[in-house]
Write a protein that binds this ligand. Sequence first.
Ligand code: AMP
Ligand code: TRP
Length: 342
Amino acid sequence: MSETSFTPRVFSGIQPTGNLHLGNYLGALKRFVDWQAMDAETIYCMVDLHAITVWQNPTDLQKSTRELCAGFIAAGLDPEKSILINQSQVPEHAQLAWVFNCVARMGWMQRMTQFKDKAGKNAQNASLGLFAYPALMAADILVYHATHVPVGEDQKQHLELARDIATKFNHDYGVDFFPITEPVIEGAGTRVMSLRDGTKKMSKSDVSDASRINLTDDADTIAKKIRKAKTDPDALPSEVEGLSDRAEAKNLVNIYAGLNNQSVEDVLVDVGGKQFSEFKPMLVELAVSKMSPITTEMARLMEHQDEIDKILARGAERARAITAPILRQTYDIIGMVPPAPF
Ligand code: AMP
Ligand code: TRP
C-alpha cells in the first residue's frame, strides 16, 4: 500500500502528568511547532486517557491537562493553525482503540519495553489499560489517518506497533484503509538525558527534580540546575567522536544544539577546547533565553483557564469532523450495522 495515497497529516500527543520538561520540549513540543510552520495539517493531543493507565489524582489531572495546553500554546502552537485536543473529548479515540484491542496480539503487547519498565516486578498488579496502552496510541494516530508522528526516541517501539496494527487490519479485512505511519524521530533532542546521570533519560518521574529542567522553572532555577549538572574534568572535544564515552558531556552539547537549532558538529566547531566552566554559562544563557518566555507565557495563560477550556472544546469539534467519518468507515469495514435514520 502506498503512503502517498493519503494527505500528509501530523499527529502527536503528550501525557498530562505534570512536570513538562526539557526532554519533552526538545524531543516533542519544539518539533510540533516546526511541523506547524511547514505546509502540514497538524493535530496535537493531551492524552489524558493514557495518563490514567497509572493512578492520577483527579484534581491534579485536570490542572496538568490545562497546564499542558498552556505549554503547547506558550511554546508556539497556534490553536487556529493546529488542532489542539484533549483525548477524552474526542470519543472516537477510545472507540477505535477497542477495535485495535481486537486486532493487536497479546504477544505483541508483551514485548513492549515501556510496559515492562512501568509495570515493574509486579506486572500482575498493573492495570489492563497499561498493557493495552499502545493500542490506544495506535488509535490516536490512525483515527486521523495521520501519516507523520514526531516523537522522542522512547516511543519508537510503540510506533512500530501502530504500523503492525494498521498492516494487520488492512490485511485481515482486505482493504487499503489505514496508512502505514512514519515515525519522525530526528534532531539533537530525541533523547535528552538526566542532568544528574547521563545514562538515564530525563523523565517526569525521576525523584530528583535537579535531574530535569521543568518548563515551569524560573530563570534562577534553570541556571542553578545547569551549573550543578554532572560533567567530567576534560575540555570539550572538537569532533563528535570525542563525545562517545562521555555521556554527560554529550548530553549537554546535545541540549545546546537542540536549543540553538544547530547540529552537534557545528556546536563543537564553536565550543571544542572549552572547559565546562566556560561552556556551562553559555548553556545557561541559551536555555534561559529560549525557555523563560515559554514559562512566563504559560503562567499567564494559566490565569485564563476558561480560554484554555474553550480552545480544547473548539479543537474537539474540529477533530471530530475528521474522526467520526473514519470511525464510521472502520465500523462499516468490520461489519457493524449502521444506525438507520428514523
Ligand atoms: P511523555 O511525557 O511520556 O508523554 O512524552 C511526551 C513526548 O516527549 C514523547 O514524544 C516523548 O518521546 C518525548 N520525550 C519524553 N522524554 C524525553 C526525553 N528525555 N528526551 C527526548 N524526548 C522525550
Ligand atoms: N505514548 C506517548 C508518550 O508517552 C504519548 C502518546 C499517546 C502519543 N498517543 C500518541 C505520541 C500518539 C504520539 C502519537 O510519550
